[in-house]
Design a protein around this ligand. Structure first.
Ligand SMILES: N[C@@H](CCC(=O)N[C@@H](CS)C(=O)NCC(=O)O)C(=O)O
Length: 194
């Protein structure tokens, strides 16, 4: 399997989850500014969407969209799913919340925007994180098991720290716990973020 990634992007959650799953994979960096891969190929020719993550299976089939790629890894390593009969649904529920509510709310911090837009986004992100904070069930989102949703949440919390946004106390402790995991330490080192 091959992961196309950009350092510090949401693709980091795939790298962390692949390590949690102990699945072998290779990776290739994409420069999102030049649109070129590490090998010098135009990424748009590989993924017309032009963004990461993209997973290419050994069969040659490509999968994009973080919710789909993280779900795929969980399908290959079901021990990563939250426990219980609704485990997979709970994971999808949280991945969707992180992707379509939280992740997207960071847009003004990544792209040109006014101070007012940034202030509104900061307030919204704080509210969205409060919701997550109130639902942490143990060490991680669903208890003691670190799931793909935890990997994605960790990445979003990294962004919140980077942009100096308010992070609820519970999630600060959560961030430190997640950051100490071997899969996370390894992934950060591999992306040159340690
Ligand atoms: N809908 C996509 C969004 C992925 C996304 O926003 N990727 C960002 C990095 S976190 C990216 O590659 N942006 C570059 C671009 O859009 O040109 C998903 O959920 O996977």
């Amino acid at each position: 399997m091959k992961l196309y990634y950009a350092p510090n992007a949401c693709s980091l959650s795939n790298r962390i989850t692949l390590h949690e799953a102990a699945l072998p994979f290779e990776s290739e960096r994409v420069d999102l500014h030049t649109g070129l891969t590490e090998a010098g190929d135009p990424f748009a020719a590989i993924n017309p969407k032009g963004y990461v993550p993209m997973l290419v299976l050994d069969s040659g089939e490509a999968v994009t969209e973080n919710i789909a790629t993280l779900s795929l890894i969980a399908d290959l390593a079901p021990h990563l799913l939250p426990e219980g009969p609704l485990g997979r649904v709970r994971m999808l529920e949280m991945l969707s919340y992180i992707s379509s509510e939280l992740h997207i709310a960071f847009k003004p911090f990544w792209h040109a925007s006014t101070d007012d837009e940034k202030a509104q986004a900061a307030e919204k992100i704080g509210r969205l994180l409060d919701y997550v904070d109130a639902r942490i069930e143990g060490d991680y989102l669903y208890g003691e098991r670190f799931t793909p949703a935890d990997a994605y949440l960790f990445v979003v919390l990294r962004w919140a720290k980077k942009f100096d946004l308010r992070i609820p106390d519970g999630l600060r402790a959560y961030f430190d716990r997640a950051g100490a995991r071997y899969s996370v330490v390894l992934s950060l080192a591999e992306e040159g973020l340690a």
